[in-house]
Design a protein around this ligand. Structure first.
Ligand code: NAP
Length: 344
């Protein structure tokens, strides 16, 4: 593993793939930001890496604050139900190059995903280690049930360990939102999730829908492990600028959900300005919305069932110029999911 950090490079990783023996090059690099001396270094590194195989975009991985690597683009599976559909979508997704699957106990599809992967990994010449599985602790199990719930998810997914386990929501759905019990349950869950890491049940742990207050409180009781990821609603209508800045303190990665506005909501995909930028750059509106996130080092997990959508969403190897980014950053604020601010 080579981790190279140069001024002007936001992220640069070159690592050797243990199994296939090729170098995979992954970077979120904005060449125009680089100084001349860094361009020389960069060229040298690329020349070195190109002895083998260079892969861009689809293979991009983020290095989490615990050292584990996580694909930048994953497949969301909320509302993906039924063995046949799941098998079909995962088959297409693995074929298109997806290596991260995002699920949750709440989605009630862990078992079907586990069953599909048993068939599909060999079909695509992949092993468990080649893919990254995220699942989440259900809000109604927040607290003392976290460890058992993690074990249940692993059993359903039939996968020995998960790559990332998240607290789905800062509240427990059972107590009043303003009840202090929510905070106590978050801390208890975290303690048990840390045990899950130590026992090899989860490679990384993180949170979802946590605001700055929830994160600050957790940092005082983190048992030596900081959240690797905070998965939150994030798109040009809700860019989470303050939260993203705060997360940098602990190198917690922001992972966006609802990048396309959520299933059944066409507001962003049909937005006139997004459409104009897409036309100008020869991309689809979905690609613009996803690249907007990835370009600022925000991971994405778009859900798609259609082949052309799956292929587009992982094909983000282009740059949105600064002028167009400014347009996307000037969208009115409009949050879709409930605000976690209400949770004590
Ligand atoms: N942590 C949390 O609290 C939380 C909350 C919500 C979601 N999530 C996660 O985030 C994932 C993403 O959110 P989401 O699934 O609700 O919504 P989304 O990814 O924003 O949007 C999915 C919708 O966009 C459509 N779509 C996908 N690619 C497209 C393309 N290239 N062009 C046009 N339409 C396209 C899909 O249609 P087709 O299916 O027809 O392709 C689907 O209707 C979820 O699946 C879940 O894993 C997490």
């Amino acid at each position: 593993m080579y981790l190279i950090k140069l001024d002007g490079l936001e992220f640069l990783d070159i690592y050797r793939h243990k199994h296939r023996q090729f170098y995979s090059f992954s970077a979120t690099v904005y060449l125009k930001k680089m100084e001349a001396r860094n361009i020389l270094c960069f060229v040298a590194i690329v020349a070195f890496a190109s002895c083998d195989e260079l892969k861009l975009a689809k293979d991009l991985k983020f290095k989490l604050n615990d050292g584990n690597l996580m694909p930048m683009i994953g497949l969301g599976t909320y509302q993906l139900k039924g063995s046949e559909l799941i098998q079909d979508v995962l088959d297409k997704a693995l074929g298109a190059g997806y290596r991260l699957i995002d699920t949750a106990k709440l989605y009630e599809n862990e078992k079907e995903i586990g069953e599909a992967l048993k068939v599909l990994l060999p079909k695509h010449n992949l092993t468990r280690q080649d893919i990254f599985i995220t699942t989440k602790l259900a809000p109604f199990e927040l607290g003392g049930k976290a460890y058992e719930s993690l074990k249940e998810s692993i059993k359903k997914l039939d996968c020995e360990y998960v790559d990332l386990y998240l607290i789905h929501w800062p509240g427990d759905f059972l107590s009043n939102a303003s009840d202090d019990k929510n905070g106590k349950n978050r801390i208890k869950s975290w303690e048990l999730m840390v045990k899950g890491v130590k026992d090899g049940l989860a490679k990384s742990i993180g949170v979802s829908n946590f605001n700055i207050r929830h994160l600050t409180e957790l940092s005082k009781n983190d048992h030596g492990i900081k959240p690797a990821v905070n998965q939150v609603e994030c798109n040009p209508n809700y860019p989470q600028i303050e939260l993203k800045e705060f997360l940098q303190k602990d190198k917690t990665l922001m992972q966006a959900y609802f990048s396309l506005g959520g299933t059944g909501n066409q507001n962003l995909l049909k937005n006139e300005k997004v459409g104009e930028i897409a036309k100008k750059l020869g991309k689809s509106p979905a690609q613009i919305l996803l690249r907007w996130a990835v370009q600022q080092n925000i991971a994405v997990i778009p859900k798609a069932t259609k082949q052309n959508h799956l292929e587009q969403n992982i094909d983000l190897n282009f740059v949105i110029p600064e002028e167009e980014i400014k347009i996307l950053n000037s969208f009115p604020q409009n949050k879709i999911t409930p605000d976690p601010e209400t949770i004590a």
